[in-house]
Ligand binder design. Sequence first.
Ligand code: SF4
Length: 254
Amino acid sequence: MLPRNLSKRVRIMGSQALNLVDVDSSLAAKSPLEIIGYALREFDNIAISFSGAEDVVLIDMACRIRKDIEVFSLDTGRLHPETYRFIDRVREHYGIAIELMMPEAAAVEALVREKGLFSFYRDDHKECCGVRKINPLRRKLATLDAWITGQRRDQSPNTRAEIPVIQDDKAFARAGGTLTKFNPLSNWTSQQVWDYIRGNNVPYNELHDRGFISIGCEPCTRPVGPGQHEREGRWWWEEATKKECGLHAVNIES
Ligand code: SF4
């Protein structure tokens, strides 16, 4: 358990005034289930961000604590059919609502009209990710006090190696407010995630059985071979240091 006064400070003061280093060191040794439990206790206005991949373990753990969890996912319009099927399967399996955040039609139409459907192969992925991911995410996070993500340190040696369990997410906090970000799987390896999925009969995206490890949009994701890092299957035409879509902008800033 966290020290009671620390726990109370989180509730009363919010992440802006917290020493998040203290909180992180208190939570760092906890299990993902304990971290999620802590987050759900301390914040009422909190949601899980579900990518449609192995971060389904967050939903499984949260549902063990309480059923009325809020979950959202970014529907870029470019996901694999398998991912859409998986999102719906998760909805049915856990009996939960999953809010799909979609890009603004006018912004997508303008981008496609000007640059076509595959501009990210020529320019880079930032503009398309901005329209299809970042703006809808910003719209959602503006309604929340805290969010829970499936980020892990082992997902990217370039951008995620230092991810703490709890962060003050200045990149997406609404004006004048604070936003706390929990990364309960931060210290887990891919192996631990898959041991959990298999050991608990957790549903998973069928693309994982076809060599996909990190799963995003269909045109920007491909399977990886033995010995390749999972991030090599994402935006493979770009440098490794650019392989973030901006959802976790605090990683780049820090
Ligand atoms: S991952 Fe690719 S298709 Fe998806 S939003 Fe980013 S650039 Fe666009």
